[in-house]
Design a protein around this ligand. Structure first.
Ligand code: HEC
Ligand code: HEC
Length: 285
């Protein structure tokens, strides 16, 4: 199933308006189509799911099993309700929306995207990962069916406090220039927030994660990391040659992430600080 990533956020707003008024669903009632107002809560939930293309209803028992697993393993980066923290919001994630009962997510989670800061969960069982997937689907469901979800409810901070925070915590590494007109580089405050919390690595060579890999014989290879797992690392050296190296015990790998200090800085950021900084940066058009 294919979904537009922002569908939940956008369509949830629509559900509250258009669907509440007149959009009809397939649900039949004595030969007549049932309108949204006449539906039972279960019918509404189903209608919303169909409208948004959310696929199968989440399995609540599995989601309840997945909740503590999510809190232990994922909440730190994705927030307790998966709405994003230092890691992206998973409620609008295509990886989540495109999944039913873990059919894609389990494989995704086993591999992760280590080169982008998303760990691999190779050691977790399929059952555990399915439960986590179900927990995520339930979060999507709760957001979608509340019909009031707003992505942009982000400018709740205090710009003056945000400015003070930036002066105290950001200028060790940045200059005024980093932030000049920063708000005009992003289409919306949520993107601005994501942009400053997770500066995009993109194709920027300066920001690439690099590694030095040393074999037991003493040979070293240094280059840009294109893939990494517990078992294997692939680097591209400055001459453009690709080296895929099995990570046997005696192989030493030293990785360098130019954004690592940034990520540490983010870890110390409170919720209020985050909102204040976004509110301040939003004034820099
Ligand atoms: C150390 C921080 C961290 C932890 C812990 C973490 N993630 Fe992530 N996750 C990330 C980052 C960063 C990304 C974005 C990677 C990228 O840019 O492609 C991400 C991406 C994702 C995505 C894909 C989002 C998308 O649409 O591209 C999913 C799904 C996901 N994480 C689920 C999980 C789950 C489930 C767990 C726990 C089992 C977890 N993550 C643990 C940091 C983390
Ligand atoms: C320990 C150093 C460090 C601190 C502290 C730090 N940053 Fe960064 N930041 C970086 C590095 C390194 C980059 C990537 C290189 C670059 O774009 O300058 C970066 C990139 C960025 C970018 C993207 C810039 C671009 O041109 O794309 C933004 C925005 C940003 N940081 C905002 C902040 C804010 C806001 C704070 C304070 C709350 C902060 N940073 C604190 C090191 C830091």
């Amino acid at each position: 199933m294919r979904h537009v990533v922002a569908a939940v956020a956008l369509a949830a707003g629509l559900m509250a308006g258009a669907v509440g008024q007149e959009v009809q669903t397939g649900a039949q009632n004595g030969g007549q189509q049932t309108t949204y107002q006449n539906m039972t809560p279960e019918q509404r939930a189903q209608a919303t799911r169909e409208f948004l293309g959310l696929g199968a209803a989440p399995d609540k028992a599995a989601a309840a099993r997945g909740a503590p697993l999510f809190q232990q393993n994922c909440a730190f980066c994705h927030g307790p309700q998966a709405r994003g923290a230092t890691g992206p919001n998973l409620i609008t994630s295509g990886e989540v929306l495109d999944d039913d009962h873990g059919e894609h997510l389990v494989a995704f989670l086993k591999k992760g995207r280590p080169e982008k800061g998303m760990p691999a969960y190779a050691a977790m069982s399929d059952e555990q990962l399915c439960d986590i997937a179900e927990f995520l689907h339930l979060q999507v469901e709760e957001v979608a069916n509340r019909g009031t979800y707003k992505v942009l409810n982000i400018l709740v901070g205090d710009a003056a406090n945000g400015r003070a925070y930036v002066e105290a915590h950001c200028m060790a590494c940045h200059t005024e220039e980093t932030f000049a007109h920063i708000a005009s580089k992003f289409r919306a405050p949520d993107q601005l927030q994501r942009g400053w919390i997770w500066p995009a690595r993109g194709a920027d060579e300066r920001l690439a994660i690099t590694a030095t890999v040393k074999s037991p014989e003493g040979a070293t290879v240094t280059g840009r990391v294109t893939q990494v797992s517990d078992f294997r690392i692939t680097v591209v050296d400055s001459a453009g040659r690709t080296h895929a190296i099995d990570r046997e015990e005696e192989v030493a790998v030293e990785m360098k992430d130019p954004l690592a200090p940034h990520q540490q800085m983010i870890m110390t950021l409170g919720n209020d600080d985050m909102h204040n900084v976004t509110a301040y940066l939003e004034t820099l058009k």
